[in-house]
Ligand binder design. Structure first.
Ligand code: AMP
Ligand code: ZN
Length: 114
């Protein structure tokens, strides 16, 4: 997808240090971290948002959730806990329209999220 910043990161056009990669997704640190750990899990396929995802995409989302859980275990903060966030469209606070899942950890999360 032209002019999509996350597609450029996935393709390597914008250099990024991946903390995780497999055939379906990449994960990298958020540019503007909201917690000691703030990693974005991003499918390699361009999908605008959950709002436009097709049936076949949900298999990948399941695998992304699995990868996040495994990453949290590997990094040692799984038991303490963490938060997964997916912002959808304008009112959801979505800024980058290539679907991604925020993994946020390392501090006490609050509710409501704001
Ligand atoms: P959202 O508001 O859910 O669309 O989140 C977009 C996230 O992408 C924000 O947390 C930004 O800090 C982050 N972000 C934007 N550009 C980059 C980039 N080049 N590398 C890493 N994170 C980025
Ligand atoms: Zn994209």
């Amino acid at each position: 997808m032209e002019n999509c910043i996350f597609c450029k990161i996935v393709s390597g056009e914008i250099p990024s240090d991946f903390v995780y990669e497999d055939d379906l997704m990449v994960a990298f640190n958020d540019l503007n971290p909201q917690a000691p750990t703030h990693v974005l899990f991003v499918p390699k396929k361009h999908i605008d948002s959950l709002d436009t995802a097709s049936d076949e995409d949900f298999e990948a989302f399941g695998k992304i959730f699995k990868a996040i859980g495994e990453y949290a275990k590997k990094e040692g903060f799984s038991e303490d806990g963490y938060r997964i966030v997916n912002n959808v469209n304008k009112m959801g606070g979505q800024d980058v329209y290539h679907i991604h899942f925020h993994l946020i950890a390392g501090r006490q999360m609050q509710w409501p999220p704001g």
